[in-house]
Design a protein around this ligand. Sequence first.
Ligand code: GTP
Ligand code: MG
Length: 176
Amino acid sequence: MIGRSNVGKSSLINAVTGRKAIARTSRTPGLTRLCNVFAADTRYYLVDLPGYGWARASRTERAGFARLLQGYLTGRPTLAGVVWLLDIRHPPSRDDRAMGELLGGVAVPVLAAITKADKVPRGRRAEQVRAICAGLDLGDDQCIITSAHTKEGIGDLRDSIESLVEGGRRGSEESA
Ligand code: GTP
Ligand code: MG
């Protein structure tokens, strides 16, 4: 799970795992600075990565984060995929585009979870999602509209994550 700080990663992990407070959420951006790992069930883990793009992060912290992420996304045979969170209210930021480039350069499947859907009236959602996905070269089939508050789209996201996990497992069995 990656995304801009405050995009709702910890909340989405709680929603997908069906637990209230497995991952710590907060109003203060940048609270999650460590890599926190949560067992969603016995088949896979969700990893809550630190949010990118917090304004007060130092250059050293940013470089450390980029290294952490690069290391994470390459050379991990057990990594089934990345869930990239994007806030439905905002067009892609410079940090989002940089992340898109980083993700485009690694051979890991990406699901885009559009977060906080409840913050935008239903009639305006499709338009917002189109702008976000088009701006980041994401296909419609990669994007899932979610709300950790209303639980909209949470089941779909969970199903898509499980498909990635199953696909990854078949792939590694075939190559073994
Ligand atoms: P960092 O760990 O600091 O990077 O943040 P995060 O991405 O883990 O975000 P977190 O889950 O802590 O949520 C940040 C804020 O957004 C909190 O105030 C949440 O209550 C709020 N939030 C998260 N998901 C939703 C949602 O689906 N709808 C609404 N309305 N608010 C949300
Ligand atoms: Mg968090």
